[in-house]
Design a protein around this ligand. Structure first.
Ligand SMILES: [Fe+2]
Length: 235
């Protein structure tokens, strides 16, 4: 691969981090098979400090997220899934016992990219009037939504995710919880708008076992409402 091609792919990966595609296909160094790439973080590693420390982001991104990407690429190498998009890999492996490892690593790759983009150093507070109106219509009020979000965050037993989604049937916003690697993109009922990672690795260095404090701080100070608006606009 020449330098220009490589540079293009790196730039494309950075742009892709804000899209539903989540992972980017890139030719490997040998110029042959395609790999799923780890998208760049949408901000500097320490940008979320002190709500989430640079130390937590460093471990979470460079160890956990990268670990899922690396494991996925090993698992799909030489299989019919090599060269497919990340979303296709998630959907084609979902619910298949013989592809559980591929699903877990593919879904975790996608979920983490979506999580990073759900956070912003300029986030938190209340969204704009139009989105507040959608939240009021769906949850009763912003305060009701806030309570429901925090209840869902602490109510997810063990590892998992709390998603703000658009319910395709009712057209209302909703909160859903998924365990372990499960993700709404494996089905067709919900459009994900934002997500909170409630695996302990997301908060233990900063908050130890205080998941409620972590969820509260994320919602109040980092929630990327612009990303929610963008995802609603695409739906
Ligand atoms: Fe995580």
């Amino acid at each position: 691969m020449n330098i220009d091609r490589r540079g293009f792919l790196v730039a494309a990966a950075a742009l892709g981090a804000t899209s539903l595609s989540g992972g980017i296909l890139a030719a490997n160094a040998a110029g042959g098979a395609s790999l799923i790439e780890l998208p760049k973080l949408p901000w500097e590693q320490s940008a979320l400090d002190p709500v989430i420390s640079g130390n937590t982001v460093g471990f979470h991104y460079a160890k956990h997220h990268k670990g899922y990407v690396d494991a996925l690429n090993k698992l799909i190498a030489g299989t019919p899934l090599e060269g497919r998009s990340l979303v296709e890999i998630v959907r084609e492996s979902a619910g298949k016992a013989d592809k559980a490892a591929i699903f877990n690593n593919a879904a975790q790759t996608w979920n983490h990219t979506f999580y990073w983009n759900s956070l912003s150093p300029k986030g938190g507070g209340k969204p704009g009037a139009e989105l507040v109106s959608r939240i009021d219509d769906s949850f009763g009020s912003f305060d009701d939504f806030r309570r429901a979000f925090l209840t869902a965050s602490t109510g997810q037993f063990g590892s998992g995710w709390v998603w703000l989604v658009l319910d395709k049937g009712s057209k209302k916003l909703s909160l859903i919880k998924t365990g372990n690697a499960d993700t709404p993109i494996s089905g067709d009922m919900h459009v994900p708008l934002a997500v909170l990672d409630v695996w302990e690795h997301a908060y233990y260095l900063d908050y130890q076992n205080r998941r409620l404090d972590y969820a509260t701080a994320i919602l109040d100070k980092l929630m990327n409402w612009r990303y929610v608006e963008d995802n609603l606009g695409k739906s």
